[in-house]
Design a protein around this ligand. Structure first.
Ligand SMILES: Nc1nc2c(c(=O)[nH]1)N[C@H]1C(S)=C(S)[C@@H](COP(=O)(O)OP(=O)(O)OC[C@H]3O[C@@H](n4cnc5c(N)ncnc54)[C@H](O)[C@@H]3O)O[C@H]1N2
Ligand code: MOO
Length: 397
């Protein structure tokens, strides 16, 4: 193995070669979680008219000192602006209605005494002219850009798309991801393993980690025996049919670790192999070329596969989607922690309600149970001095 990189050096090598996949147009309701590749602007002023914000009456403030007002009629939401208001009259008005242009004050129904068609303002009320009016264009003027390309679409964004009538959205195509897992010792989760066997779990973890990303229907998974020919054939086929290839296992120094030899025979040496980190030290990466899409060979220990997916593949998915990579957040640790002298540590952690991080120290990279209750993981660079804060990567992004 060549000298080990730092995580930051690996990030640089991964990030310099990845660009966004092509776009497609989708009905807006199918675009949740996808990356927007157009901007969205207000098609009109918002609100588009002076909008009433309380149920009550609309009147002229100058009429209020003259005694009870007479109700001229009802002016609900969804009606065009009403006829001119007669002197000493008012409109019974509803939230969402167009503010009549000859009125200046809204008084909520709670501050009124209504008897037949006569309305008296309660003595306890002190209406101010202009109150309870959401003025036209006060949220934004027509043509204001509200969402930029690169936005990952949330329900609130779809609400905006509906509001501005953007019923078709240009988004990034989903990547077709091929997942290959390796290992003679692994049997399908549906089978009962012999004493020397284990059930295969990294395939399901990667499939569902991608599904969390909305990459549901375009990922495939194949489990391979420890066999060079089978491994080479499966990788060759994956390279020709995928936007991204993820391989788990078979990338260390074992006699039956065939992933690197297979890839070297197909596309040459990796961009890097080995990062000074735990877990995930034997991570290897082949950058995209005319012969291959980007390919990550994730170390097979379950913690190593999941952590290297979250730490390295997830940012790569952001780049392929054309969305910005979320930065980790530096937060205080519930207890100080001693770094490793040579390796960056990734440790499962839970963000507590008081804003501190409780760290779950795994026994080893095969100890998947320690991560089960974690909300994310922390990244602790190598060093000699105890640390009291750490960079936190939440799982859910
Ligand atoms: N001489 C050395 N040996 C090892 C080194 C090293 O630097 N020198 N690195 C160790 C580290 S760190 C890791 S991590 C592992 C990674 O090795 P591989 O990527 O080749 O992974 P495998 O050997 O195939 O499997 C490791 C472990 O994980 C289990 N596994 C694998 N795939 C799955 C799966 N799909 N589902 C569930 N469990 C899986 C497998 O049974 C093994 O127990 O290498 C160390 N060795
Ligand atoms: O670094 Mo490995 O990923 O610890 O088991």
């Amino acid at each position: 193995m060549a000298p080990l990189l730092t995580p930051a050096q690996a990030d640089e090598l991964i990030r310099q070669d990845l660009t966004a996949l092509p776009c497609e147009a989708l009905p807006y309701l199918s675009a949740l979680g996808r990356t927007l590749r157009q901007s969205l602007s207000a098609d009109r002023d918002f609100p588009p008219f002076d909008r009433v914000t309380m149920d009550g009456i609309a009147c002229r403030s100058s009429d209020l000192s003259l005694g009870p007002l007479t109700i001229q009629g009802l002016h609900p939401a969804g009606e065009p602006a009403p006829a001119p208001l007669q002197p000493e009259h008012c409109w019974q008005i509803m939230t969402g209605a167009v503010m009549p242009s000859d009125c200046d004050t809204i008084i909520p129904v709670e501050e009124l005494s209504i008897s037949g068609s006569l309305v008296t303002v309660l003595e306890s009320a002190a209406p101010t002219p202009g109150q309870f009016i959401h003025h036209q264009a006060s949220d934004c003027a027509a043509d204001t850009e509200l969402l930029t390309a690169g936005t990952v679409i949330t329900p609130a964004h779809l609400g905006l798309a509906a509001t501005v009538g953007a019923v078709e959205l240009t988004v990034t195509c989903q990547p077709h991801v091929t997942i290959l897992t390796t290992g003679d010792e692994l049997v399908p989760p549906t089978e009962t393993p012999l004493p020397h066997q284990l059930r295969q779990s990294n395939g399901p973890v990667l499939l569902s980690a991608l599904a969390n990303w909305g990459v549901n229907h375009s990922s495939t998974h194949l489990h391979l025996p420890d066999d060079l020919t089978r491994t080479t054939e499966a990788i060759e086929s994956a390279l020709s049919s995928s936007d991204l290839v993820l391989i788990s296992g078979g990338i260390s120094k074992g006699k039956k670790d065939y992933v690197r030899p297979a890839l070297e025979s197909l596309i040459g040496p990796p961009t890097f192999h080995g990062i000074a980190q735990r877990p995930g030290k034997p991570l290897a990466y082949w950058k995209p070329s005319s012969k291959n899409p980007p390919l990550f060979a994730l170390p097979g220990n379950p913690n190593s596969t999941l952590t290297t997916f979250l730490r390295y593949v997830r940012p790569a998915l952001h780049l392929l989607a054309g969305s910005p990579i979320p930065e980790p957040i530096t937060l205080p640790l519930a207890k100080p922690l001693t770094p490793h002298p040579k390796l960056t540590l990734f440790l499962p952690a839970t963000l507590e309600s008081n804003g501190t991080l409780t760290v779950h120290q795994p026994q080893n990279s095969g100890d998947f149970a320690s991560a089960l209750s974690a909300s994310g993981f922390i990244e602790v660079p190598s060093g000699e001095v105890e640390v009291t804060t750490a960079a936190y990567h939440p799982n859910n992004r």
